[in-house]
Design a binder for this molecule. Structure first.
Ligand code: PHE
Length: 343
């Protein structure tokens, strides 16, 4: 009897090991537990005929075995039920390649910004940042913009409660940088700017890149050379740069700079309004008054500053004629730009 119990236990373990992965335990349940043909009930039958002195010990092993088998089958069935819930409805080929996750791409404006940053980092500039919500002091006052300057008009500037405003250009970063670092300074400050303006060439939120160099002996020639290098690096080697006298309260002398038209190379076409030139941005020598405001001696230091529109460069580069397209984030538009390969 003891032997039989051991053998049944062993054969049960083997059957169980074979059945578990398939989840089909009904057959083993019948083989071991069914009342009519199961091995355990027939063992119990046999047990009844044993001499009574053998009964306690054998009874214990028999009971153990029965409990063990019931318990294992129950566990196996539970497990199979849970696994079933996660089993795909149909058989499938697990060696098939999966569905690739959809990947986004870098926004065209960010791509241009990264290219511009690369050009300046190569020249030893560092990158500065400033807040988009500014005070009147940094956005206007320190930049020598008088109270009646047209740019301070409610028409042009988003004013916020508490005397704050959304910066109308990246030039306040010039002031913040000069206040916290002593020359020599060579920085760019790319970022968002805001103006109450919206048409095909203006968006209420747009991107500028500010440049500022301050040291002893910086000249207008340095400014011109820097702008020429910049424009040739962004567009192509043959690009010509032209400076026109202009007025910005925080630079003296001030200028606007243009590049030879990328479409007609200066001959005059629709893109450049027949002038042969495309406007790029403003620039000039840091005004002595600005130096005094930040506590630098204008007799000792000189410097230049320039600004450019990142969105405008992106428009030229990708041949886009409506700036607002960049910010509507229509996936079809972004995809087209991505497909044209970027730079
Ligand atoms: N901040 C000026 C603008 O937004 C551009 C500029 C920058 C001009 C630096 C001169 C020097 O129009």
């Amino acid at each position: 009897m003891e032997n039989k119990i051991r053998q049944i236990k062993q054969s049960f373990e083997e059957d169980l090991r074979a059945a578990l992965p398939t989840g089909r335990l009904a057959d083993i349940r019948i083989k071991y537990l069914s009342r009519r043909q199961g091995m355990i009930p027939s063992l119990l039958q046999e047990f009844r005929g044993l001499p009574s002195e053998q009964k306690p010990a054998i009874g214990r092993s028999l009971n153990h075995l029965k409990q063990h088998i019931e318990e294992e089958i129950r566990k196996g069935e539970n497990h199979a039920r849970t696994a079933d819930r996660f089993r795909p409805q149909e058989d499938f080929d697990i060696t098939l390649p999966g569905v690739p996750p959809a990947l986004g791409s870098i926004h065209p404006i960010s791509q241009i910004q990264e290219i511009l940053e690369g050009i300046f980092l190569e020249m030893g500039y560092s990158i500065e940042e400033g807040p988009e919500v500014e005070t009147d002091f940094y956005n206007f006052e320190a930049l020598h913009m008088p109270k009646d300057h047209p740019a301070r008009d409610m028409q042009d500037t988003f004013y916020l409660p508490g005397g704050l405003l959304l910066r109308t250009h990246t030039s306040p970063v010039q002031i913040r940088t000069m206040k916290k670092q002593r020359p020599p300074l060579k920085i760019i400050a790319p970022g968002k700017a805001f103006r109450r303006d919206s048409d095909i060439s203006h968006s209420p939120m747009f991107h500028q890149l500010e440049g500022l160099v301050v040291d002893e002996g910086i000249t207008f020639g340095d400014l011109k050379g820097t702008l020429e290098h910049l424009c040739r690096a962004v567009f192509d080697e043959g690009t010509r740069v032209r400076l026109r006298p202009s007025y910005f309260p925080f630079v003296e002398p001030g200028a606007e700079y243009d590049i030879s038209c990328l479409v007609c190379d200066g001959k005059g076409c629709r893109s450049c309004g027949s002038t042969g030139w495309l406007e790029m941005g403003g620039a000039g020598m840091v005004h002595p008054e600005v130096f005094r405001t930040v506590g630098l001696d204008p007799e000792k230091f000189s410097g230049f500053a320039f600004g450019l529109g990142i969105d405008r460069i992106a428009m030229l580069r990708y041949g886009i004629d409506d700036i607002r397209l960049f910010f509507e984030n229509d996936i079809r538009f972004l995809r087209q730009i991505q497909d044209c390969g970027g730079y």
